[in-house]
Design a protein. Structure first.
Length: 131
């Protein structure tokens, strides 16, 4: 009998958690859950997507694969729309108003009108940008 393992995307947020998705090598969605919840999978390598940023993980039988997220808090938007881009220039999200966004660690750009701010999201920490 093949024993499963789990994937857990951790978050420092206690409410309003984001949904993450788990994909196989063919980009078929296998499961999804909200952060601070786990999904059970057979051993293998998977891609996990959180707010359209991806991270690869390996699942081992009887073990939990933990992917820590961080939080990017966007302030001072005065109700305007802003975009978040990853380090490769891919648009991840288009939101309105001040928001806290769960993301995997990395470098991001936040654009509101003609203003472009950069932020480095770190595991288990809240990073803010203020327009």
């Amino acid at each position: 009998m093949l024993e499963a393992g789990t994937v857990w995307v951790s978050s420092i947020l206690t409410s309003g958690n984001a949904k993450f998705y788990v994909y196989d090598a063919a980009w078929d969605e296998l499961d999804n859950a909200y952060t601070n919840k786990e999904v059970e999978l057979f051993p293998g390598t998977y891609t996990v997507s959180l707010n359209d940023c991806q991270m690869s993980t390996s699942v081992h039988a009887g073990e939990r694969s933990v992917l820590p997220s961080g939080v990017l808090t966007v302030l001072g938007t005065e109700g305007g729309y802003f975009d978040v881009y990853d380090s490769e220039g891919n648009l991840l999200t288009h939101l309105r108003g001040d928001k806290a966004i769960e993301l995997f660690p990395g470098n991001y750009s936040v654009v509101l009108d003609d203003v472009n701010l950069t932020a480095t999201v770190v595991s288990e920490q809240n990073v803010s940008v203020d327009f």
